[in-house]
Write a protein that binds this ligand. Sequence first.
Ligand code: G6P
Length: 606
Amino acid sequence: MCGIVGITSNNDVTARILGSLKKLEYRGYDSAGIATLSDGNINEVKCEGRVESLEKNISRTNLQGTIGIGHVRWATHGKPSTLNAHPHSSEVVSVVHNGIIENSTILKKLLEKKGYRFKSQTDTEVIAHLVTDYLKKDNLKNTIVKVLKKLHGSFALGIIFKDQPDLIVGARRGSPLAVGYGPDENYLGSDSYALKAMTNKISYLNDGEFCIIKKDLVEFFDSNAKKINKKILNLSKNDQSIDKGDYKYFMSKEVDEQPITIKNCVNEYIDKFNKQINIYNFPWKIRDISSVVLIGCGTAYHACLIAKYWFEEHTSLDVTVDVASEFRYRKIKFKKDSLYIFVSQSGETADTYAALDICKKNKMKTCSIVNVVESSIARDSQLVLPIHCGPEIGVASTKAFLGQMLVLYLLCLKISFDKKIISKKKYSEKIKYLLSLSNLTKKTLKVDSKIQKLCKVFANAKGCMFLGRGYSFPIALEGALKLKELAYIHAEGYPAGEMKHGPLALIEEGMPVVVLAPRDDHYKKIVSNMQEVISRGAKVLLITNKSKNEIQSENIWETIEVENISEDLLPFLITIPLQKLAYYSALEKGYDIDKPRNLAKSVTVE
Ligand code: G6P
């Protein structure tokens, strides 16, 4: 989704803004642009499409300047085009913006009446004209305060001014924004990742705050322009696995990294010597928790759905799972003995953050499971449980999904043990299984060659279905989501027992149906459901685990067998062939796997 970079320096900033925009590409975007100040002029270069095209355009225009702002845009108001790309400039200011200005139509009408002319269809352009208008009557700081009060919605802003050759304004409401500190230069970024190549010294703005950045000074203010102090954080310089290595796409690298992800996470949370799960700084008494509410979006939501099965099986807690965009607007009856768990790879998803904020305002117990530990969701939660995956760049989440499931599973077992529900014997057994999970994931990755052969059928299908029961049902949803995201194929995940209540009507001759049927408690039932789709012409790809027992079914098109582990951990292994299936189907269709159309990695608008 949209990304912001700003630099004020003694040296030319163009190349470094471009470099940072490249770092932000992983978020998903459709156009890009840069504005710099030089010789008292605002110079803009923008284009539809990739930062690569922007770079070519810039090399033709010879854009220069020691101060500048850059942006990658994911269209909300107005289609993706050069005209709608940011920055948006008036005669005197240039603005980059993440988020949505909800009252932009009214503001635009007022500004048009005053004679301001709009070039784009965006909500952002109103900010440029509004700032220009207030600057006619007021100083810079008062202007910013007044403009921010006029704007409704959520946003992060970066603004440069024609007559201020060394000053960037940053402002945050709802969308994240970071300030970076360098030697004789300072930076603005929508996340620390954008600034990592230049600095590891970062401060974050909170909602309602703004900042003034000069090359030798950074000042922060609250919404009434009262000066505030900020902590400078030293982030880890560890930028591991940010290049693709020998892989064609980040996604395939990230899928293959999953054994390492699991190993790192297990090492962080499991004390191998004492055979126990450690969750340090757990801020509550375990007896004060009698229910959990799991909240996330997209793939993170699917991880929450699986966790519901785990919590129900291994603990006595009531479990509710909610999509963040629904949770935030429902009339929730908050309970003091509930633990609210927010699952988010980026830690910046707008809906998940808003759901957390509501819980915080209601003084609930909040825990976040994130990959980015410096993120807004992590910073605002009482307990943060990192998934230790390293950066995930592919828009479609893969290794983070396994990491999220793993941390949820560990938390569930830990609560079960502390509440004395799981026996010591069973707890030790589970830990033993967890210690073998990385290795089994590695072995399961070998399904690769078989899947490659099958993907032609999926790539040419009009649509397909993913069926599961129990633990495998949320995995069916995730398998369908991956195929939609990457290969743009209409795919539905369904609880196999529901097929008769409607979706069976969709089955026609040759339709690929993926049946997730590990040998668990649901096995016999799902084999019957599988028969029902086979007899209606479906081409069934069965995904199960290795077993001595033959599969009691005929006319299965193909079977893939994953390794064996305890039933409750099989979701980790059966996910892998589904990730590969989506990957190879998208590859077959020639799509941009790391940046699927219309999608974004970090969804910072609602
Ligand atoms: C976007 C991504 C998904 C991700 C979802 C939630 O839609 O494309 O892959 O699952 O956001 O993201 P989060 O960072 O909160 O896990």
